[in-house]
Design a binder for this molecule. Sequence first.
Ligand code: NAI
Length: 443
Amino acid sequence: MTDTYPPISDQLDDLESAQEEGRRKMEWAAQHMPILEVVREEFVDDQPFEGERIAMAMHVEAKTAILVETLADGGAEVAVTGCNPLSTHDDVSAALDTHENITCYAKRGVDDEEYYAAIEAVIAHEPTITVDDGMDLVAAIHEDYPELIDGIVGGAEETTTGVHRLRAMDDDGALEYPVFAVNDTPMKRLFDNVHGTGESSLASIAMTTNLSWAGKNVVVAGFGYCGKGVARKATGQNANVIVTEVEPRRALEAHMEGYDVMPMSEAAEVGDVFLTTTGNRDVIVEEHFERMQDGVLLANAGHFDIEIDLEALDGLAVDRYEARDGVEAYEMADGRRLNVIAEGRLVNLAAPVSLGHPVEVMDQSFGIQAVCVRELVESAEPRSANASGDEPRASDEYGPGVHDVPDDLDKEIAEIKLAAEGVEFDSLTDTQREYMGSWDHGT
Ligand code: NAI
């Protein structure tokens, strides 16, 4: 394995001003991340990650950078790259790379070859822990560097698609170290996927197009956590929301929430804006493009850029041009223009103006990431006990496979946040606790 792909500092021309701007963005984010502030203070004092090497593939922007620094300040050597070619902020990447414990390879706009070369460069640091958003590191290690697996304590996965892929891998018996499904915790999913995706996707589309939501027919594909957030926030902007689904209970839920529910083939004819949030592929395809009105906006908030079939759209187009920064117009033979935002990549991160989720939301998600990494290290064999690397370091408590994040870790983060917000809440009395745990108090 060779570490030939250069860190961002060796790739930028005006490095100093990039570092300065990146640091400015990070300072703003840090001011609004009280959870990571508390966790970082604990890590600085305890140095839980001394001797650990953490590999990360995440959206490298200001909020993620605070997580990366928090882990590095806890004593880890951290190597980090992007998890999407369009979501990296080069200035933040450059600022991170100045930390003595951090090497950052993320660069915006890399092609496929460079993207995977950066992943390999991160893996070349021979990680003992992986932190993923979309499972690219876990996949690359299992496929190409299985010899590293015994030295890996475990991993943490940020997003729904990553957790889906990991569970599929686990079902096939192919996942060889423990990974926490950070995405599935209430503190992540009920806030990040719902509020974060809802607010930031709509904001990114509005900023990219300079168009209003009011009175528009907004088609939301998928009524999962992200779709619910998008639908609710679009309603709040006075749009008329139409939901498409494949899961009967979710379709019914959308109906009972008061949204119009219909197949995509019908929605295609009436929608003004289409936003996919399914984590699935081929959600909007040729037959739908053929029915759409002139001027529609097409965007995706799901993890991969496969929800809108751009190849088919390109096949139908007689012309294609950049209508605005971040908007590609595909002109059909009959003159209709279908506008794709951010190349069909997740719109809240990949459009030129996108900033990702609000800071407060990511503070919660990354707070969970941080305590999950701490949990993995605390539960694993110490590095010194296994210096030869012959024995797996992962503990019996968390054997190979996907693991739910322990509830007390999730509650720990909620309590830090509530304290930071100055919100007090009740706790169970002893009698209530006993009652809730009993079965013999009938009528
Ligand atoms: P979820 O599993 O809660 O929801 C997905 C929904 O899509 C389900 O209800 C499913 O039945 C539906 N669906 C699947 N195929 C469909 C089809 N062909 N047509 C209509 N509906 C379909 O997942 P969640 O948490 O909402 O995540 C969705 C995607 O968003 C994932 O790829 C996830 O990784 C990504 N994500 C993106 C974020 C962002 O910042 N943009 C943040 C968090 C998650």
